[in-house]
Design a protein around this ligand. Structure first.
Ligand SMILES: *[C@@H]1O[C@H](CO)[C@@H](O)[C@H](O)[C@H]1NC(C)=O
Ligand SMILES: *[C@@H]1O[C@H](CO)[C@@H](O)[C@H](O)[C@H]1NC(C)=O
Ligand SMILES: *[C@@H]1O[C@H](CO)[C@@H](O)[C@H](O)[C@H]1NC(C)=O
Length: 440
């Protein structure tokens, strides 16, 4: 008894130097683990993350028909898997199963919380860097709600703002589905003044202008403006987009080059819309205001907040807009022309030395049929389309995926879940995994 009481267990003696050493080895160990983790964040390799699914990554557990495809193999240009996906895309039953009707969205968005959770929308900002650099999007659509919803989900982040322009001619079910989706997000809204968009007419510009005005009036002080249509899809995560925009150092990025002789008629004749179609009137146009040089570009731009402010407020640009409103396809020269007006934030001088092609700009990647060909050919700009062509533009197939991801563009056109759903499934899955892997 006595013995037991007196034999109080003694604390083992540890020399103070040993304690210091132990602490040191522990911290270096932790540091080493941390370094491994951060290193991983910057050296992206799809195979190293494909298994690290969190609940926000797009998994195949929904039992979706797309789970039959091995996206990792497709991303690595595995011919066998690409062939398998192509065959699958040809099957009717597969197509039927991957189509989501407007009614689904109308119904599912009645319960927004459930909709956002089940569709795995990112409702938190992943990085401080993204939070400090909000973006503004203008999305112009008229059909194919499913494409739009996958696009929105891919670019959605709570710190950004999204203006959606639905054509006034759109079907009632399209409008209702989009209204339902938009109603689930405080930072996504419908344009205050929608228009009927007539191909190649001023109305296409008006749709973006109306969104620009609404976005500028929003309470978010966004840094860059990006306009999209329903058949675009991102090639980068929001963080990557933010980083690329930061590296522009305030510049805009868009096609802006000398107008080819074959397009001059578009700005020297007066056009008007008759019965929903653009027609020549036979009248000649006056030269542009201030004899501004008219440059050639396209409808899709990446523009600084200052550029958008100029578009809305600069009196020279107001005159230019008025002058352009009866030309042919003003969307394909207006932004490019404003990009070369002295004093516009982020613009370039009119000198041809500053001309920029769609390939060099980061705004939009489009594969035009006429520019496809073999590497090494003097005329070819890109390899052949692996999907199909719609109005001479490639609708990407799974065989285009690896090439797409090698390009510097933020967005590419065209994608279509009606004809090539697997390429969208694989792209969105890849981007989500990457976004999660690169979070703070
Ligand atoms: C409508 O949505 C609810 C839940 O949001 C679901 O239970 C129901 O089955 C849906 N109905 C149809 C016709 O899709
Ligand atoms: C800007 O937004 C406010 C409300 O936030 C609204 O009252 C006002 O009409 C808007 N102005 C424009 C030009 O849209
Ligand atoms: C074009 O601008 C003129 C002058 O401001 C205006 O009268 C006309 O309604 C505009 N046309 C369109 C199609 O917006």
């Amino acid at each position: 008894m006595k013995l037991l009481v007196t034999s109080k267990p003694m604390k083992p003696f540890v020399h103070p130097m040993m304690k210091v050493l132990l602490l040191l080895s522990l911290t270096t160990g932790l540091l080493w683990i941390l370094m491994q983790l951060t290193e991983h964040q910057y050296t992206w390799n799809p195979s190293s993350y494909i298994l690290s699914n969190s609940w926000l990554s797009y998994t195949d557990d929904g039992g979706g028909p797309e789970s039959a495809c091995d996206c990792l193999a497709i991303l690595q240009d595995d011919d066998e898997e690409i062939e398998k996906a192509k065959l699958l895309s040809l099957s009717r039953s597969f197509h039927k199963r991957v189509q989501t009707p407007d009614e689904f969205y109308i119904n599912a968005t009645q319960d927004c919380r459930k909709f956002k959770t089940s569709r795995k929308y990112l409702t938190v900002t992943l990085n401080k860097e993204e939070k400090d650099f909000p973006l503004a999007y203008s999305i112009v659509i008229h059909q194919k709600v499913q494409n739009f919803e996958h696009l929105l989900r891919a670019i959605y982040a709570p710190q950004n703002v999204y203006c959606v322009h639905v054509d006034t001619k759109s079907a009632a079910s399209v409008r209702a589905a989009i209204e339902g989706i938009v109603s689930c997000f405080p930072n996504v809204f419908l344009v205050s003044q929608p228009v009927s968009v007539v191909y190649a007419s001023w109305s296409r510009v008006q749709a973006d202008l109306n969104c620009m005005a609404d976005l500028y009036n929003s309470t978010t002080t966004w840094k860059y403006f990006i306009n999209l249509c329903g058949q675009d899809f991102p090639l980068k995560t929001n963080l990557e987009i933010v980083r690329m925009l930061k590296s522009l150092r305030g510049d805009n990025s868009m096609e802006s080059e000398k107008m080819p002789g074959g397009k001059i008629w578009r700005v020297t004749n007066v056009f008007q819309v008759v019965d929903g179609e653009i027609k020549e009137t036979g009248k000649k146009k006056d030269p542009p205001p201030f004899n501004l040089p008219i440059l050639s570009g396209n409808a899709y731009i990446v523009a600084s907040r200052g550029y958008v402010h100029s578009v809305l407020k600069d009196l020279r640009i107001q005159k230019l807009l008025e002058w352009a409103n009866d030309t042919y396809s003003p969307d394909e020269f207006l932004w490019a022309t404003i990009q070369r007006i002295p004093g516009v934030p982020g613009s370039k001088w009119p000198s041809r030395k500053y001309d920029m092609t769609d390939i060099n700009a980061i705004a939009r990647l489009v594969k035009w049929q006429g520019h496809e060909g073999q590497q090494g050919s003097l005329d070819a700009v890109y390899p052949e389309c692996q999907g199909n062509h719609v109005r001479s533009i490639c609708v990407y197939g799974v065989g285009d995926l690896r090439w797409l991801l090698q390009q510097h563009h933020l967005f590419a056109n065209k994608f279509d879940m009606d004809s090539h759903p697997v390429v969208v499934f694989c792209l969105e899955k890849y981007l989500r995994l990457k976004a999660l892997a690169m979070r703070d």
